[in-house]
Design a protein around this ligand. Structure first.
Ligand code: PLP
Length: 372
């Protein structure tokens, strides 16, 4: 970590790489580990072939089928991060206001900052179930002389909260008069059962849904993500692709082939998630509901939550104490702009979860006993 982390655009990214999981009881992860991957083998021509000849259009057709949209509304990207970057480059303008949820995965406000846009923070609080108020966005939109675009996550990182279609539609409606676009990062949506999933781009004409193979499938190393354009945004695909071609060209052919193989076995790749749901998540939910140390919402699915820690403001300090003395990793709320909370995850084996939660409780108690 550089001496002045504030000089980085995205210091959280550096922290995740260098400091987030050195402990034996690591409850800091937001994604699944790499699954059994013996099916991941490629021929030479699947590595060195030209991507646009076949595999790229095939992959976009397949993603389109999975979302029930035409391939013209799909663009393959370098992970969900690549998709967010293209949207930011294409839609954000220096000096103009753009909206982003708060608390947020730090990359979202960082993209706004990098573009020179001014930021309107759309507040999400524990007390309102982490659900943003569309009226607050509408009030801001009414004052805007430019398109007001909104960047958010659904499910929400850090809280795991899932917005229902009515809220997404109300948020989109709030910015519609300005010509704004709803950019919805859905990288955590695949933890849900297929019939529970909500995709903004399939219900809102001016929304973009972003996702990837990283979180639920543990295949972040492939760097394959995509964006799905809402009905009224299909004509923007060529401009988003233009940004990608200028920046890095096409995604790597090898990765596209491996990703196509992954898309053919998605239910099978979710087996580790289902195991976590059956074995570790129940302990996690009991703790979120019953621990006197924390107050939390209980996400309907997924592997993380964002409890408020009773009577603790310096959660960065608490995070350090937990790692150093209790061998437990969690993510301090400060990383999301919300001190006083911890992001805790349950994507670990059951015995690790049970012991990790015990240590977490002991660590919070130690913090209080020391009068911190
Ligand atoms: C909201 C969000 N988007 C994207 C990513 C990374 O996704 P990808 O590997 O597809 O770029 C993360 C990782 O933590 C995330 O939390």
């Amino acid at each position: 970590m550089p001496s002045d982390p504030l000089s980085l655009l995205f210091p959280y990214g550096d922290w995740v790489r260098t400091q987030s999981h050195g402990s034996a009881y690591s409850l800091a992860q937001s994604g699944m580990p790499l699954p059994e991957s013996s099916w991941l083998s490629l021929h030479a021509e699947q590595i060195s072939g030209y991507p646009t000849a076949e595999v790229l259009p095939t992959l976009e057709r397949r993603v389109g089928q999975l979302f029930g949209v035409a391939p013209e509304r799909v663009l393959t990207t370098l992970g969900a991060h690549g998709a967010m970057d293209l949207c930011a480059r294409h839609w954000l303008r220096a000096g103009q206001l753009a909206a982003v949820e708060a608390p947020a995965y730090q990359a979202l406000p960082a993209l706004l900052r990098r573009s020179g846009a001014r930021t309107f923070s759309l507040q999400r609080t524990l007390d309102s179930g982490w659900v943003p108020d569309p009226q607050a966005l509408a009030d801001q939109a009414r004052r805007s002389r430019h398109p007001l675009h909104l960047f958010l996550t659904n499910p929400h990182n850090p809280s795991g909260t899932v917005l229902d279609p009515d809220i997404l539609k109300a948020l989109a409606l709030a910015i519609e008069p300005t010509g704004g676009v709803l950019v919805c990062n859905e990288v955590y949506m695949d933890f849900a059962q297929p019939d529970q999933r909500v995709h903004a781009a399939t219900i809102v004409p001016r929304a973009v849904s972003i996702s990837s193979l990283t979180k639920a499938y543990g295949l972040g190393a492939l760097r394959t993500g995509w964006l799905i354009l809402g009905e009224d945004l299909a004509d923007q695909r060529v401009f988003l692709q233009d940004q990608a071609l200028l920046s890095y060209g096409d995604p790597p052919t090898a990765s596209l082939h491996a990703s196509l193989a992954a898309l053919e076995r998605l239910p099978e790749l979710l087996a580790p998630v289902r195991r976590v749901e059956a074995e570790s998540r129940p302990h996690f939910l009991d703790w979120l509901r019953d621990s006197p140390s924390v107050l939390s919402t209980v996400p309907p699915f997924g592997i993380m939550a964002f409890p408020r820690v009773e009577r603790v403001q310096d959660t960065l300090g608490l995070q350090a104490l937990l790692a150093e003395e209790f061998d437990v990793d969690v993510v301090a709320g400060e990383h999301f702009g919300a001190p006083g909370h911890l992001r805790v995850g349950c994507a670990v084996p059951e015995a690790t979860m049970v012991e990790g939660l015990k240590r977490l409780e002991n660590g919070i108690r130690a913090w209080h006993e020391r009068g911190r």
